[in-house]
Design a protein around this ligand. Structure first.
Ligand code: FAD
Length: 303
């Protein structure tokens, strides 16, 4: 379930292990939002997230992976199968991988959407490098906001925090760090954003003043698509990440999770690695089941 980076990587491995593999995907991979992925191995000139997904789907099809565009709304486990119900159809499988990702909550600023991935970012590890020496604002009011602003100092000394009218909730220790590093804080409510073709130019505050910036990072947190995992009895942590072992097994037999919906750092290459790891665990489990039941999958082709 989920045909983003983790799901596609898993499917390529499972297809090559000659397992009947279906990707059910509602088509909202976060990767679509990145016009220029610079940190994925093997693309020194960068690649757009959409193109990476397109190539991965093409690669999966080569190994007979099937695709279904659907959104799963309920999941049940019986003794031998998982039963899934989507808007379009019902499905049954012996092993289920949840690669459903997360949703980064955007800032509450009217008109900011076109800037997403161009000059408004969620992830310093993905985008810090590309905003070097630019004027950056970090949106938020928590300890994470402060730590983001401090981390961005590696890339640019022109960093400010904008709290959008919210009362800061950072600790005294974090407050001390802000002062020590002379990070300005703008507490006014943000009225809107000025941008040119997605490139942010100004934040306008309710009082009429403006802050000239070239990049905005936001720290409002994430929504984890782990409701179905919880319904199946899998352990989920306080944030909503699905708990997995090193081999991506959840706490429910036959159920695996990979990518941003797990506690790992939300990066494409990590999601791809976790997808591959999950697929290998699934393949191993099915192999052991085949051995136990004397029902190993044996090639029908003779030489
Ligand atoms: C603006 C932006 C820029 C980014 N830039 C970078 C970058 O430069 N480098 C980098 O490494 N990472 C970047 N990321 C993060 C990257 O996109 C994620 O790490 C990656 O997409 C995670 O893969 P995933 O498979 O876990 O989730 P996703 O790729 O988001 O895929 C999850 C899939 O599951 C589907 N799904 C969810 N629920 C259901 C359901 N109930 N039924 C069926 N399907 C479902 C969704 O539609 C989606 O297609 C960026 C993210 C954003 C938002």
């Amino acid at each position: 379930m989920g045909g983003g980076i983790a799901g596609l990587s898993a499917a390529i491995y499972l297809g090559r292990a000659k397992r009947d593999t279906l990707i059910i995907d509602s088509g909202k991979s976060m990767a679509r939002w990145e016009p220029d992925v610079q940190n994925y191995l093997g693309f020194p000139g960068g690649i757009s997230g959409n193109e990476l997904l397109r190539r991965a789907r093409q690669q999966a099809r080569r190994y007979r992976v099937k695709f279904m565009r659907d959104e799963i709304v309920s999941a049940r486990a019986s003794a031998r199968h998982f039963q899934l119900r989507g808007h379009q159809s019902k499905y049954r499988c012996r092993r289920l991988l949840l690669a459903t990702g997360i949703f980064h909550i955007p800032p509450d600023i009217p008109g900011v959407k076109p800037c997403l991935g161009h000059s408004m970012f969620f992830c310093k590890d993905c985008d810090g490098y590309r905003v070097q020496n630019r004027s950056i604002a970090v949106y938020g009011w928590t300890n994470e906001t402060v730590e983001y602003a401090l981390a961005i100092l590696t890339y640019s000394r022109h960093v400010a925090i904008v709290t959008d009218g919210r009362q800061p909730r950072w600790s005294r220790r974090h407050k001390k760090w802000i002062h020590a590093h002379r990070i300005p804080i703008h507490r006014q409510t943000i009225r809107d954003v000025r941008h040119h073709c997605g490139q942010i130019q100004f934040l306008s505050f309710a009082g009429g003043s403006e802050l000239k910036i070239e990049g905005l990072f936001t720290t409002r947190g994430d929504i984890y698509f782990s409701r179905l995992a919880e319904g199946l009895g899998a352990k989920v942590n306080r944030d909503g990440d699905i708990i997995v072992g090193l081999d991506m097994r959840t706490t429910v037999k036959g159920l695996y999770a990979a990518g941003c919906v797990t506690p790992a750092n939300c990066q494409m290459i990590i999601a791809a690695g976790q997808g591959a790891t999950a697929a290998q665990a699934i393949n191993r489990d099915l192999f052991e089941e085949g051995l136990a039941k004397l029902s190993l999958k044996i090639s029908k082709r003779s030489r």
